[in-house]
Design a protein around this ligand. Structure first.
Ligand SMILES: Nc1nc2c(ncn2[C@@H]2O[C@H](COP(=O)(O)OP(=O)(O)OP(=O)(O)O)[C@@H](O)[C@H]2O)c(=O)[nH]1
Ligand SMILES: [Mg+2]
Length: 208
């Protein structure tokens, strides 16, 4: 396997951008609607069961959770390791959240995504089964305007029959106006897409 996570550690949480330390390493953020599977995806990428808290109650992650990650790339003849900071962001759009909390979260996300220095790549997660919501599009546009190559991650691929995955991928790409190959299919339940996604993250962060 060309990509391997050698180390992953929870470092700290922050309530907003102002509480975060100055960036010293390339940062990768994971953003998406509440319950889309951000925390599960991180555990899956880390190959750790419970490093990132996952719950059945949407809206659980209300803080910016920060992880130290060492990725090894064995694609080249000699392997190379790099250190990154990965960030699990609170989910937006959970219907049962109070208005006040919804506002707090969207302000926190807009601030972080709009202004964080050292942010190299953003993975935006979409449930493969659903079309993007208005808020998904807003976040996607904010990121595109900042010039980010957003890595589009379609989650929970296991919930669709094999024959339905490609059409769903095409539909999602179309809705966002991107090429199909920009959409990475993943399932943290069925072990799909881990190498693809790690390769995309590496490419976005490491100049050749
Ligand atoms: N079948 C399936 N279920 C998944 C997958 N990924 C996540 N889930 C489930 O979806 C629910 C939400 O997962 P989380 O990882 O907590 O989602 P989140 O995006 O971090 O949610 P917030 O923290 O509320 O923003 C949990 O019940 C997970 O078990 C997947 O790939 N396949
Ligand atoms: Mg979460």
């Amino acid at each position: 396997m060309p990509f391997n996570i050698q180390e992953s550690d929870f470092r700290t949480s922050a309530a907003h951008l102002g509480q975060m330390a100055a960036p010293l390493l390339p940062e990768v953020a994971f953003v998406g609607r509440s319950n889309v599977g951000k925390s599960s995806l991180l555990n899956f990428l880390f190959r750790r069961k419970n490093l990132v808290k996952v719950s059945n109650t949407p809206g659980r992650t209300r803080l910016i959770n920060i992880f130290d990650v060492r990725v090894q790339n064995q694609e080249a003849e000699s392997s190379e390791s790099r250190d990154f900071v990965w960030v699990d962001l609170p989910g937006y759009g959970y219907a049962k959240m109070s208005k006040k909390l919804k506002h707090e979260i969207s302000d926190m996300l807009a601030e972080y995504l709009g202004a964080r220095q050292g942010l190299y790549a953003v993975c935006q997660l979409f449930d493969l089964r659903h079309q993007p919501t208005a808020e998904d599009r807003e976040v996607f546009q904010t990121l595109s305007m900042r010039g980010f190559q957003v890595i589009i991650v379609a989650t929970k691929a296991d919930k669709l029959a094999l024959s339905k995955r490609k059409p769903a991928r095409i539909k999602l790409a179309k809705a966002l106006g991107v090429e199909m190959r920009q959409v990475v299919l993943t399932s943290s339940e069925a072990d799909i897409g881990r190498q693809d996604l790690l390769a995309k993250i590496w490419k976005a962060c490491v100049a050749d």
